[in-house]
Design a protein around this ligand. Structure first.
Ligand SMILES: [Zn+2]
Length: 290
């Protein structure tokens, strides 16, 4: 979009990754430990990063928490954007557009396709005018994640030709396709059995200029993560993949350590899980200057 400000942080981070042949992690954070862990990992690895939160966080911790996250992310020595993941309720979109997010994912995938297009087009118009980039989901990615409803319908896969017209008609900056990926735990055979990579390739070829976003990454192997880069996956949403070691540590030590020691050591464990992804899997390490 000609009118879209290309100095938008999320846009710049993903555009550089797209051109540079690497991917950038979008790390779901629920508290300050997560935020500190992402910033430390990104600074140590000289990597760009995206911190993402759910609408639940805005409701639970209030808009002031979002302002803290943005202030911390934007003060880092590397490019870090702040993104709102799965914004479903129109009220939440309205609230989010008045907060300093760099980008917002509008999840209108439970609406009828024409309604989804109409809805997204209007949000893109308002958001882009404020300098906020928009990610949209097309088709439907099944499953439940923290604070998200479990979609109890057959998964609807993204059709490449419709993806092309969706992007043209709405003007969205990034697209989250549904190609057999699901939120939460995969069934037998895991993501390898569930993902339809030829379909994903067709989607990428239909809209090669649009950075694709990978949702449903729990249980994805390093090999498969690396593979997705060939299919235009530039933003890789990471939640439990980098959080489980931290959660486990906290569960084991919460009654043994003072809170200061628990947080200090917990954040270190969290950060090293993130660093591993930046260095070995996404290859975003060393890509902080563009
Ligand atoms: Zn998702």
């Amino acid at each position: 979009m000609a009118s879209f400000p290309h100095n938008n942080r999320t846009f710049q981070i993903l555009d550089a990754a797209s051109k540079g042949g690497y991917a950038v992690g979008a790390y779901n954070c629920y508290n300050d430990d997560g935020v500190i862990a992402v910033i430390r990992a990104a600074e140590r690895c000289k990597s760009p990063a995206i911190i993402q939160i759910f609408p639940w966080t805005i409701k639970f911790q209030g808009p002031h928490f979002v302002k803290y996250v943005v202030a911390a992310a934007h003060s880092a020595s590397v490019p870090i954007a702040v993104h709102l993941d799965h914004c479903i309720e129109p009220e939440d979109v309205k609230t989010a557009l008045d907060l300093p997010f760099d980008s917002i994912m509008v999840d209108a995938s439970t609406l009828e396709p024409e309604e989804n297009i109409r809805n997204c087009r209007e949000i893109v118009r308002v958001a882009n005018a404020k300098g906020i980039a928009i990610e949209a989901e097309m088709g439907r990615i099944e499953g439940g994640e923290d604070g998200l409803p479990v979609v109890d319908m057959d998964s609807i896969l993204t059709q490449p030709d419709l993806a092309k017209s969706f992007v043209q008609e709405t003007g969205v900056q990034f697209l989250a396709p549904a190609f057999g990926n699901i939120h939460g735990k995969y069934g037998p055979g895991g993501p390898d059995a569930s993902w339809r990579l030829p379909l994903l390739m067709d989607i990428h070829r239909a809209i090669p200029q649009i950075p694709l976003v990978l949702h449903g990454t729990h249980g994805v192997s390093d090999v498969l993560f690396r593979e997705t880069r060939k299919y235009g996956m530039v933003k890789v949403n990471l939640n439990r993949t980098v959080r489980d070691a931290y959660t486990y540590f906290v569960a084991q030590n919460a009654d043994k350590l003072e809170l200061t020691a628990l947080k200090t050591r917990g954040v270190e464990i969290y950060a090293s899980s993130i660093e591993r992804m930046m260095l070995d899997v996404l290859e975003s390490a060393g890509k902080a200057s563009f």
